[in-house]
Write a protein that binds this ligand. Structure first.
Ligand SMILES: [Fe+2]
Ligand SMILES: [Fe+2]
Length: 285
């Protein structure tokens, strides 16, 4: 395992990266991260939450970079490649924002990357299937779900800096969500019936992953949202962007029912079948 590589002495890259991080809108008011005001236990809950996001956002950047690299081979227009570069930059900014919050609360030393997760390209998989696979899982499920989760976090954020970071992420993820569905509308109709079946079977693994990670409190009982918290929630930490999965799970399921499953099915992907099949896929660690 390796640390998320943040920081460089090379002035050229530092300057270009600073422009990307600062470009779209005002920077969050970092001086308002009042970590010292929190009890130790709450501080640790907040730190751990944002440290986990450092890893997740960095992974998004890796995936988008790999998808970007295969868009030309899959015959997508220049404008799609150009637009996708913006997404890579957004995820780099998200990684840095999350790292900044984690640092203020004690660090992100536990945000570790499995080296095997940093290389997705399967040379045996044709570019159109590679792009379709990651469009379905990272965009149509991942980005679509994350809009719902961030809306919950935004609603409860009380610290002004955390609220600014969450709103900045949410604004970008809404665009990524729209980007993903626009890409899906080009990519999925080009697939053969057999390829769409293959994609549906592959989606079962993606659903198992997101179900376990974004709504893990519901497994293994199989899909019923509990009425009462299934894990303790630190009310103070909630204001700093750390919510329990019990609070987040309903938002995930709402996005699933209202957008993800019908959206994929409309594009000819057997998503409802894949959702059922997820329970037979290996439960991700
Ligand atoms: Fe992100
Ligand atoms: Fe994103």
């Amino acid at each position: 395992m390796q640390r998320v590589p943040l920081g460089t002495d090379a002035a050229m890259f530092r300057a270009m990266h600073r422009d990307i991080v600062a470009a779209p809108r005002a920077l969050p008011p970092w001086e308002l991260l009042d970590a010292a005001a929190l009890p130790d236990a709450t501080r640790e809950v907040v730190r751990r939450t944002w440290s986990a996001r450092v890893e997740a956002e960095y992974r998004s950047m890796v995936v988008f970079g790999e998808v970007l690299a295969r868009l030309p081979e899959a015959g997508l227009p220049l404008e799609v490649s150009s637009a996708a570069t913006r997404l890579v930059q957004d995820e780099a900014r998200h990684t840095e924002f999350c790292a900044r919050i984690a640092e203020a609360f004690g660090g992100h030393h536990d945000a570790l990357l499995d080296p095997t997760s940093l290389r997705l390209v399967d040379d045996g998989l044709a570019a159109d299937l590679f792009v379709a696979r990651w469009t379905a899982s990272m965009f149509c499920i991942g980005e679509t779900a994350s809009v719902g989760l961030l809306e919950v976090l935004s609603e409860h954020a009380t610290n002004p800096c955390v609220a600014a970071v969450i709103d900045s992420l949410l604004r970008d993820e809404r665009m990524h969500d729209r980007f993903g569905w626009a890409l899906a509308k080009i990519v999925f109709p080009r697939l053969s019936d057999d390829d769409r079946e293959w994609l549906g079977a592959d989606l079962a693994f993606a659903f198992a992953h997101y179900d376990a990670n974004d709504a893990g409190c519901l497994r293994p009982d199989g899909g019923k949202v509990p009425d009462a918290p299934t894990e303790p929630e630190d009310a103070l930490a909630l204001g700093y962007g750390a919510a329990s999965r019990w609070r987040l799970a309903p938002a995930f399921y709402r996005r699933l029912d209202e957008v993800i499953l019908p959206g994929l099915a409309d594009l000819g992907i057997p998503a409802y079948e894949a959702w059922v099949l997820r329970t037979e896929a290996p439960v991700p660690a």
